[in-house]
Ligand binder design. Structure first.
Ligand code: FBP
Length: 253
C-alpha cells in the first residue's frame, strides 16, 4: 500500500460509479474519464480507481492506479453479488499497483465474494500488488449499513480476509469509527465518500472525524467530481488528509 501513502495517509479518487450507478451520477464534464484522469493529477491524489475498461483507455501513468476487479450494476435487484471482471494479471499489465474488490457482506451471496477475494488477494500478493476491499454490508439482512456495529464488522472483515486496506462507510461519529479502526487491526482503513454532502464543510467534518479516529485516508468520488470546483475541493481534502490540517485551515487558501 506504501505507493499510495504520503506521511502514512492516502487520498484516493474513486471513479467506478459508471458501472455501479450508471451515468446518472455524471454531468457534461465528469462523464469524460479523461477529465477525471486530469483531476487525479491536478488534484494531487495518492491514487485513482478505475475499472479495467477505463484504465485501458484513459490511464496515463501519472498517479498510482487501483483497478477495480469486480463490479455490478444497480439494474439488478435482490441480493447483491459482484463477480470478477478483470484478472489480477491484466490489472498489473495496465499498470495497477493494487486491485480493488467489493464484498457485499451480509448478502445471500457473500460466500462467493469471499472465495473470489481470497484467490485474488493471493494472486495480487504474488505479483507484489496490494489488495484493497470495499466492504459494504448489504442485502435484506442489513437494516442499517452505517450502524456502528455494522461498520466495525465491515472493518474487521477486511482484516479477516487478508486485505491490505479496507474501505468502509463513516458511521456518523468519531468514537464509533475509532472502534471500527481498532477492529481492522493492521489493515489501513479508508473512509468511503458517499453521495454529495449538503455542504463542503459538512463533508470535510466527516473526513476530519474519520482521520481523528485513526483512518489512513479517504476514497472519494462524488464529493469531489460533482463539486462546482473539483480541483479546489481536492486540494482542501489534501490539506485535511495528507497535511492533517483542521477543516477551517483546509477550506482557507
Ligand atoms: P463515492 O465517494 O462517490 O461514494 O465513491 C465511493 C464508492 O465506494 C465508489 O467506489 C463506488 O462506486 C460507490 O461508492 C458505491 O456507491 P454506493 O454505496 O451507492 O453503492
Amino acid at each position: 500500500m506504501n505507493v499510495f501513502l504520503t506521511k502514512n495517509r492516502g487520498l484516493l479518487l474513486a471513479y467506478d460509479q459508471g458501472l455501479e450507478h450508471g451515468p446518472t451520477d455524471f454531468n457534461e464534464k465528469n462523464v469524460d474519464p479523461a477529465f477525471i484522469m486530469n483531476l487525479a493529477v491536478e488534484g494531487r491524489f495518492s491514487g485513482v480507481i478505475f475499472q479495467k475498461g477505463l484504465a485501458e483507455k484513459y490511464y496515463d501513468g501519472k498517479v498510482p492506479l487501483i483497478v477495480k476487479v469486480n463490479g455490478k450494476t444497480n439494474l439488478v435487484k435482490g441480493e447483491p453479488l459482484a463477480r470478477q471482471l478483470c484478472s489480477v494479471k491484466r490489472a498489473a499489465e495496465i499498470g495497477a499497483k493494487a486491485v480493488g474488490y467489493t464484498i457485499f457482506a451480509g448478502s445471500a451471496h457473500e460466500s462467493l465474494m469471499f472465495e473470489e477475494f481470497g484467490r485474488i488477494q493471493e494472486e495480487a500478493h504474488r505479483l507484489n500488488m496490494a489488495a484493497v476491499t470495499w466492504v459494504y454490508p448489504r442485502g435484506a439482512a442489513i437494516k442499517n449499513d452505517t450502524a456502528p456495529e455494522i461498520v466495525a464488522y465491515a472493518a474487521r472483515i477486511g482484516l479477516e480476509v487478508g486485505a491490505d486496506a479496507v474501505k468502509i462507510k463513516y458511521p456518523g461519529d468519531v468514537e464509533s469509527f475509532k472502534w471500527a479502526v481498532k477492529s481492522a487491526g493492521k489493515v489501513k482503513v479508508f473512509m468511503s465518500g458517499g453521495p454529495k454532502a449538503a455542504s463542503e464543510t459538512d463533508f470535510l467534518k466527516q473526513v476530519r472525524g474519520a482521520l481523528d479516529a485513526g483512518a489512513t485516508g479517504l476514497a472519494v468520488g462524488r464529493n469531489v467530481w460533482q463539486s462546482s470546483d473539483p480541483v479546489r475541493m481536492a486540494h482542501a481534502l489534501r490539506r485535511l488528509v495528507i497535511e492533517n490540517r483542521s477543516v477551517k485551515e483546509a477550506l482557507r487558501a
